[in-house]
Design a protein around this ligand. Structure first.
Ligand code: DGL
Length: 266
């Protein structure tokens, strides 16, 4: 069973593509909606919340967890992989999403100027800058934090006029800068994909989580067949720490299918 974890709804963008690309698995999606956004929290708290989510998902029977959240991937992944999993969960693994996105962006960019949008925490961590320059030291990175966007998505307000003007305020400083590739470095920003694409008049390549992570995960499982599964049930379970009705409404709109989540406590 594969676990997909995010602070809230954003990871659904990853979940949607991963379940399409790898249908023969059981999945649990866990959104910590009650405590989102994570993007303004300290690294210690983000680590602590992520560890609780990982414990929960492993206890449900997951063998592999995708941290479908850039903030968590930036602030908690390394410590989990290096210090927590080897002792407590040998044979299980947790994967992040920043490296895969950086690999694709580094190849996609022709002029080697890449812009990154992310939460305050992801941008301050410099995780994308480090990963991108590890791919190619000539890459110039322009970073822009967009702190209010996650809450707008969590409240299903991404299509309102005021959200649009908040979004455009974040994007304005990027106008006139010479980048050809833009990383949506927060899974929640997939909910704004069309607005962002239209703002830049389709002149930049937008690198976002869903499909890239799905392809990289399929490749990872090919190389690690111990995580391969053929489930007859192909069950999809949705868990939220927040209000399950609110979660269902937003998730159904995004996924285009009816779902029924359960509320849990971490
Ligand atoms: N979806 C998370 C990300 O990719 C949002 C983090 C937050 O809750 O602020 O960074």
């Amino acid at each position: 069973m594969i676990g997909v974890f995010d602070s809230g709804l954003g990871g659904l963008a990853v979940f949607k593509e991963v379940t399409k690309a790898l249908p023969n698995y059981d999945y649990i999606y866990l959104g910590d909606n009650a405590r989102a956004p994570y993007g303004d929290l300290s690294q210690d708290i983000i680590y602590q919340y992520t560890q609780q989510a990982v414990d929960y998902l492993f206890a449900q029977g997951c063998s592999l967890i995708i941290l479908a959240c850039n903030t968590v991937s930036a602030e908690a992944l390394r410590k989990l992989q290096q210090e927590y999993l080897p002792n407590k969960y040998p044979g299980k693994n947790v994967l992040g999403i920043i490296r895969p996105l950086s690999e694709i962006a580094a190849t996609a960019s022709v002029n080697k100027n890449i812009a990154v949008l992310g939460t305050q925490s992801t941008i301050s961590s410099n995780a994308y800058q480090v990963e991108l320059q590890e791919q190619d030291k000539n890459i110039q990175v322009i970073q822009q934090a967009c702190p209010l966007l996650v809450s707008l998505v969590e409240d299903s307000k991404e299509k309102t006029e005021s959200s649009q003007s908040i979004l455009f305020n974040y994007l304005a400083p990027l106008v006139g800068q010479d980048f050809d590739t833009l990383i949506l470095g927060c899974t929640h920003y997939s909910f704004f994909h069309d607005q962002i694409e239209n703002f830049f008049k389709k002149r930049v390549k937008i690198i976002e989580n869903g499909q890239i992570i799905a392809e990289k995960l399929a490749d990872y499982i090919n190389r690690h067949p111990e995580f391969s599964e053929t489930s007859t049930k192909q069950q999809k379970t949705f868990l939220t720490t927040g209000d399950s009705q609110k979660f269902d409404q937003a998730a159904e709109k995004f996924l285009g299918q009816k779902i029924q989540s359960q509320q849990i406590k971490l």
